[in-house]
Design a protein around this ligand. Structure first.
Ligand code: GDP
Ligand code: ADP
Ligand code: 5GP
Length: 209
């Protein structure tokens, strides 16, 4: 199936602001259904305020393993002791319709996606400092002190993969990072090959003898 939409991979150490940036991006009027975020499957417990099917599809380990066996995932990885995976079918259907898809996945998943979809564009988000990363993890008030310690300990090794990505953003001013993210997505939408597929009819009318 031809893919008119683009697959955008977004990674960062936990707490750098990916989820907030993605949410703000989807709320912009310009997103207007042309941009969707993929809802991953996970085996981690639901956090307060999370909704099954919205933030994640929450499944147990046995269900997750069945989905792996069935080939349902584009990629999957174990992150912080839980399984996370991206479902293939839904994404392919969206891309074929010209809808851009955002994947909030870690660097291991990003590698697997790049191998399968070389045209995917990847964006890495850095925090402005280690201190600010820790402050944001605490400010979110969603994880225990022990979980936050684990995420801080993993942050450096995650950030070391920044150079595998096409774009690198620093989420200091939220508005600035949001504008940059939006600009990357808009520029990719205007790619000639993708626009030609999207505007086949217009082009044939404009170019008719
Ligand atoms: P957050 O980092 O605090 O937003 O925590 P989450 O629990 O939402 O995400 C945990 C980690 O799993 C992050 O590094 C995500 O990028 C990663 N992740 C989420 N969904 C997927 C997925 O479908 N595939 C892969 N490979 N990683 C994912
Ligand atoms: P991630 O999805 O990368 O784990 P979140 O989007 O949950 O990160 O952000 C972590 C916390 O930092 C949240 O409380 C969020 O409101 C806050 N935050 C995100 N971006 C900024 C920013 N530019 N300045 C200050 N706080 C921010
Ligand atoms: P959290 O438990 O805080 O929701 O997510 C922890 C990490 O798992 C985040 O860094 C997030 O990007 C990653 N993650 C979430 N979903 C997936 C997924 O489907 N695949 C992979 N590989 N990582 C994921």
């Amino acid at each position: 199936m031809a893919h008119i939409g683009t697959l955008f991979i977004i990674s960062s150490p936990s707490g750098a602001g990916k989820s907030s940036l993605i949410k703000a991006l989807l709320e912009r009027p310009s997103a207007d259904g042309r941009l969707q975020v993929s809802v991953s499957h996970t085996t981690r417990p639901m956090r307060p305020g999370e909704v099954d099917g919205v933030h994640y599809h929450f499944v147990d380990k046995a269900q997750f393993e069945q989905l792996i066996a069935r080939g349902a995932f584009y990629e999957w990885a174990e992150v912080f002791g839980n399984y996370y995976g991206t479902s293939r079918e839904w994404i392919d259907a969206q891309l074929a319709q010209g809808i851009d898809i955002l994947l909030d996945i870690d660097w291991q998943g990003a590698r697997q996606i790049r191998e399968q979809s070389p045209s995917a564009k990847s964006i890495f988000i850095l925090p402005p400092s280690r201190e600010e990363l820790e402050r944001r993890l605490n400010a979110r008030q969603q994880d225990s002190a022990e979980v936050i310690r684990g995420r801080m300990a993993k942050a450096v090794s995650e950030m070391s993969h920044y150079d595998e990505y096409d774009y690198l953003l620093v989420n200091d001013s939220f508005e600035h990072a949001l504008n940059q993210l939006s600009a990357i997505i808009e520029a990719e939408r205007a790619n000639t090959g993708k626009q030609a597929a999207r505007y086949q009819d217009l082009l044939s009318r404009l170019l008719a003898e």
